[in-house]
Design a protein around this ligand. Structure first.
Ligand SMILES: Cc1ncc(COP(=O)(O)O)c(C=O)c1O
Length: 343
């Protein structure tokens, strides 16, 4: 049985969180002398809302989720790190990371001195639930599932992920950084069903805001409270909150970009497949294409010389001789195809 109380680290359960000036007084006043700020206005002389209420309300509306189920981090990377700090005892606990996947889960594990159990994805980059559940032990606190997966681009099979959610008593973190680029539903609507589900999304991809660093974590209000308890009080700047809110109020623009990117992805896939140096283009529900080529290292270096930068993933498990290519604008994709054709 899932028991959040047992999962949270004892020191986190017992700690008294920092109480900021903005926590202690939340109303409207004419004179603020409580936070040692500079009184002269620059537009940014005041601390930001530590709870990011306006952004969460808008996000909640878009995602059909109560704001109490939303945590905002300085990128998803902050949410990933806080999950480790909240739930994994350094030197004692472990997490399960299917491979290949997004590299930050393992880096965060290492930073927090948390052991990693790795399970290889299938040759189609899908989950092997049996292998995953078998390798977990009583100290396995988190399982990371990235869907669509980076670097492969495919969605993980929903039923398999649900089997893991049902059987595993720790938290299952489903990273949906690329969810906007698929027409399949994500896991957010399942939050009510699975108390151990954590879903990560981000404004860095479809929303076009990698520069402001805003990651979103959806989970039960109890899990969100734990993350809020340990986060730095003012982790999202006024600038990021303003820019995020502006973008969220323009959902049409995001939808148009996504439509364009998906159309470009499909076009690029067809063009890549026609090139003699391309062996295979893997199915993608993301904004990139994992592409197996004749000689990834050589082609990568030659593209660099021609001013086109892709990601060489040849050293990654199951990705021998693979390049990960982000879908760019029509013009950028044409340049890529022109340069690859020239090779
Ligand atoms: C699967 C996945 N999750 C998270 C991130 C990072 O998100 P953020 O920019 O919100 O930290 C990336 C970035 O490439 C990613 O591929």
């Amino acid at each position: 049985m899932f028991d959040l109380h047992k999962l949270v680290r004892k020191n986190v359960l017992e700690l008294k969180p920092y109480s900021s000036a903005r926590d202690e007084f939340q109303g409207q006043a004419s004179v603020y002398l409580d936070a040692n700020e500079n009184p002269y206005s620059t537009g940014y002389n005041r601390y930001p809302d530590p709870h990011q209420a306006a952004v969460k309300e808008k996000l909640g509306e878009i995602k059909q989720v109560d704001p109490s189920r939303i945590f905002l981090g300085n990128g998803s990377d902050e949410a990933i790190d806080l999950l480790f700090r909240a739930f994994c005892e350094p030197g004692v606990d472990n997490v399960l990371i299917p491979q290949p996947t997004y590299g930050m889960y393992a880096v965060s594990a290492d930073v927090n001195d948390v052991a990693i159990k790795s399970v290889k994805l299938t040759s189609k980059f899908d989950l092997d639930a049996k292998a995953i559940l078998q390798i977990c032990d009583s100290n396995t606190k988190l399982i990371f599932l990235c869907s669509p997966n980076n670097p492969s681009g495919n969605l993980l099979t929903r039923e398999i992920a649900e089997t893991i959610l049902k059987e595993f008593t720790g938290l299952v973190v489903v990273d949906e950084a690329y969810i906007d680029f698929t027409n399949q539903p994500g896991f957010v609507p399942l939050l009510n069903q699975y108390p151990n589900l954590v879903v990560l999304q981000t404004l860095s991809k479809a929303w076009g805001l990698a520069g402001i660093r805003l990651g979103i974590c959806f989970a039960s209000p109890e899990i969100i409270q734990v993350l809020n308890k340990i986060k730095p009080p003012y982790n999202i700047s006024i600038l990021s909150q303003q820019v995020a809110l502006d973008a969220l109020n323009n959902e049409t623009r995001k939808k148009e970009w996504v439509k364009e990117i998906i159309a470009e992805r499909e076009k690029l896939k067809g063009q890549l497949k026609n090139l003699p140096l391309v062996m295979e283009v893997f199915p993608s529900d993301a904004n990139f294409l994992l592409t197996r080529v004749t000689d990834a290292k050589d082609i990568y270096q030659k593209l660099v010389k021609r001013g086109v930068i892709v990601r060489d993933r040849t050293a990654v498990m199951l990705c021998d001789n693979c390049l990960r290519i982000t879908v760019g604008t029509t013009e950028e994709n044409q340049i890529l195809i022109r340069e690859l054709s020239a090779l």
